[in-house]
Write a protein that binds this ligand. Structure first.
Ligand SMILES: O=C(O)CCC(=O)C(=O)O
Length: 312
């Protein structure tokens, strides 16, 4: 516990991702990859027809399940990356009711300039947000029988007086009873500690759902950890090249550095939920306009089913 509390004061023990493979998680994972993951989402469609149609290696699945996050290099080809940058830049160039924080000097905006459900405004964004192969990866990592879209969001960390995204779990903010949902975080720019790469605490998804802390007030997620010896291990820093991505579990502790450069850090995140995930009454920008009843499965045309298991 002490190590983690110190972490919050800025003295966190940070482990680069290339060492994390060795330190965490892979001990019980098969060393052989089984089915290899392809290099681009478009290539996967053509090349990854295997006996089982599985697109993610057993090693990656195992790493994700043990640690609550996993990285994929070069998820997008250069062409796809250029296409996504153009589409996202266009979507972000106009404010709308989907822009989460429109007050430019607000505490939230300094942390994130966010736009929700870009797929509903732009077919070019829809191509990526609804992409069957990205959903297939979420399906395989989660082990669900089907995967639905919850929402996407553009997450830009603006230059200027940029603030880090504090340590948090995602699940406490979601109007869902179950805790299986997961996010993909695709970076459109090279990211490192200077411009807002992420850090994850391996195995922290095992501690359960904690409080949804205020992201803009000084409050520490780690204060809500019970002192039962179930202390998560140290944080792993995940710098990435543009076009790469991470997936993280809804309960995994994660953090993003402030952007100290003079350009926006551009990210597209997509939140996937196992089919059958049910509504839990709470305020949320995506479900506030819809009259779901408590316990009702989240579904319908705004939460489309994107992938199903072959044998489901
Ligand atoms: O991009 C960021 O700064 C934070 C991202 C995040 O918290 C998430 O994708 O869940």
């Amino acid at each position: 516990m002490r190590a983690i509390k110190n972490a919050m004061t800025g003295h966190i023990a940070r482990i680069p991702f290339h060492l994390a493979d060795r330190l965490y998680g892979t001990a019980d994972c098969p060393s052989s990859d089984g089915v290899q993951f392809g290099t681009t989402i478009s290539k996967q469609i053509k090349e990854q027809k295997t006996m089982t149609n599985q697109v993610v290696s057993e090693e990656k699945i195992c790493f994700y399940r043990e640690n609550g996050f996993v990285k994929f290099d070069s998820m997008l080809s250069q062409k796809e990356l250029a296409e996504l940058r153009e589409a996202l830049d266009e979507v972000m160039s106009v404010d709308s009711e989907r822009s989460f924080s429109r007050v430019k000097d607000s505490a939230y905006y300094k942390m994130l300039n966010q736009k929700v459900n870009t797929w509903r405004d732009s077919a070019a964004m829809g191509k990526f947000v609804l992409h069957p192969r990205l959903a297939q990866i979420a399906l395989e990592l989660s082990g669900a029988s089907g995967i639905r879209l919850f929402h996407d969001h553009a997450l830009w960390k603006m230059p200027g007086d940029s603030k880090p995204t504090p340590w948090h779990q995602d699940a406490p903010y979601w109007p869902m009873k179950e805790t299986g949902p997961l996010s993909i975080w695709i970076t459109l720019d090279d990211v490192d500690e200077q411009n807002g790469c992420m850090m994850f605490v391996p195995k922290s998804h095992n501690v359960g759902k904690l409080k949804g802390i205020s992201l803009t007030e000084p409050e520490s997620l780690f204060d809500y950890l019970s002192d039962d010896g179930n202390e998560p291990s140290k944080a792993v820093v995940v710098p990435m090249k543009a076009g790469s991505c991470t997936f993280h579990h809804g309960l995994t502790f994660h953090y993003a550095f402030a952007n100290q450069t003079d350009k926006p850090r551009r990210v597209l995140a997509i939140i996937y939920m196992p089919d059958g995930t049910t509504f839990l009454e709470r305020k949320h920008v995506v479900t506030d306009e819809i009259s779901f009843r408590e316990g009702e499965p989240l579904g319908g045309r705004l939460f489309p089913l994107l992938a199903i298991r072959d044998d489901a």
